[in-house]
Ligand binder design. Structure first.
Ligand SMILES: NC(=O)c1ccc[n+]([C@@H]2O[C@H](COP(=O)([O-])OP(=O)(O)OC[C@H]3O[C@@H](n4cnc5c(N)ncnc54)[C@H](O)[C@@H]3O)[C@@H](O)[C@H]2O)c1
Ligand SMILES: O=C(O)C(=O)C[C@]1(C(=O)O)C=C[C@@H](O)C=C1
Length: 366
């Protein structure tokens, strides 16, 4: 049976959802964005079936409404959707990185036809806008769902069924738990990445070669500092109490680290680094949305047909079995980076040798 999906906000996340949902011929997708160029691009490239003339009319036509907008806009739009008169029940979901303020707004929905399910696909990019949208962005990623108290469970099943084209792994979490955890592993690291960039920027006043020396490590840890400042300010604002708590913890920990350095406590510093390494290594799974696996390789590839098969053939000849393969764009100025996961450290080393012999530039995850 055909279903109508109305996506408001056709940027990186809304656009990626549109592209993926188009793979199901049962979906009829109406798109809206306050930036008309995004709507035109979505329409011209068939990411959507129709553009929206009037939000109220499109909302009334929809079976499912997805809000792909910044958090503050999402909260405002929820208020508007509450006032629409629907002649059938509709699922409304969002993609906001912080869930509590959105769920608080959802609690105030009085419209009996709205079934609100908060959503957050745990994958993304430092890029913004529909031009960065990717059909496979959420593949293998965790996709958090937080149904409103009033929402009956069969609507959650229905939303998961509709979203199956994105190939994510769905988990249901209360908003507060979600915000605590994403505060730690997503939002706070952004603050730190930006602060590291500022530190380098200040040092550059007296050390002109800093940008030239900024190599893999600095670029890896600060990639996310290149994200959209407006979007991230909004995320920090909506998760501000957690950010403040985490900053307090961090400052205390940095002071302890400073003591270790100032008093030459090499033994304890090694233990600190070892513990961090063990935890970080233990996080390794090759799933998107998680941190890269221990036996990963990042291979620079040209953007041309056959680029991936050449790498795969070289590894096949060396009898290395590839467990996972993913195209990333994680370093500026490089068109393609292939992330390969291999099952052992030996195979990681063997891959390095054969690929470097064939002229590839690569990096090991560890
Ligand atoms: N960027 C990420 O990595 C990421 C990952 C997961 C979730 N999210 C969440 O997804 C949401 C969107 O982020 P994004 O990265 O796609 O940003 P984006 O800037 O790429 O897209 C947002 C889109 O919303 C449009 N928009 C803004 N206000 C609007 C309004 N009132 N009505 C209609 N359209 C409007 C913008 O024009 C833009 O096209 C945010 O809530 C963010 O927290 C982001
Ligand atoms: O890959 C990135 O650039 C991201 O920052 C993606 C990321 C994350 O922190 O993992 C950022 C915000 C989202 O809400 C979900 C995913």
């Amino acid at each position: 049976m055909k279903r109508t999906i109305f996506i408001i906000g056709l940027g990186l996340i809304g656009g990626s959802l549109a592209k993926s949902l188009k793979n199901d011929s049962n979906n009829y997708i109406i798109g809206f964005d306050s930036d008309m160029r995004s709507v035109e691009l979505a329409r011209n490239n068939n990411f959507i079936d129709a553009s929206c003339e009037d939000i109220t009319v499109s909302a009334q036509e929809a079976d499912i409404i997805i809000l792909g907008t910044p958090i503050s806009e999402t909260i405002t739009i929820l208020g508007k959707l509450n006032k629409v008169s629907y002649d059938h029940e509709v699922i409304v979901t969002d993609v906001s990185s912080v869930k509590t303020p959105v769920m608080n707004k959802a609690k105030m929905i009085t419209n009996k036809n709205i079934n609100f399910i908060g959503g957050h696909p745990m994958a993304g990019s430092h890029k913004r806008g529909i031009t960065a949208a990717k059909e496979h962005l959420f593949e293998n990623a965790i996709y958090v769902l937080s149904p409103a108290e009033s929402c009956r469970s069969h609507f959650v099943d229905e939303l998961e069924e509709v979203l199956r084209t994105v190939k994510s792994n769905f988990i249901v979490l209360p908003a507060e738990d979600h915000d605590e955890m994403t505060g730690v592993i997503s939002h706070f690291p952004h603050l730190i990445a930006s602060s590291l960039v500022h530190q380098a920027r200040k040092w550059q006043h007296t050390h002109a070669y800093i940008p030239k020396l900024a190599a893999g490590g600095f670029r890896d840890i600060t990639r996310i500092a290149s994200s959209n400042p407006d979007l991230w300010q909004d995320i920090f604002y909506h998760n501000r109490s957690k950010m403040s708590q985490l900053l307090g913890d961090w400052i205390a920990e940095m002071n302890e680290l400073k003591d270790l350095i100032d008093y030459n406590n090499r033994h304890e510093l090694t233990a600190y680094l070892r513990q961090a390494k063990e935890y970080r290594d233990g996080l390794g799974t090759s799933k998107k949305g998680a941190i890269p696996a221990f036996y990963d390789l990042y291979v620079d590839i040209r953007d041309q047909p056959g680029a991936i098969s050449s790498v795969a053939n070289i590894l096949a000849s060396a009898e290395v079995s590839i467990k996972n393969l993913q195209i990333l764009e994680i370093r500026e100025g490089i068109t393609g980076v292939l992330r390969l996961s291999v099952p052992s450290k030996d195979e990681q080393q063997k891959s390095r040798i054969v690929l470097e012999k064939s002229g590839y530039e690569l990096m090991l995850a560890e």
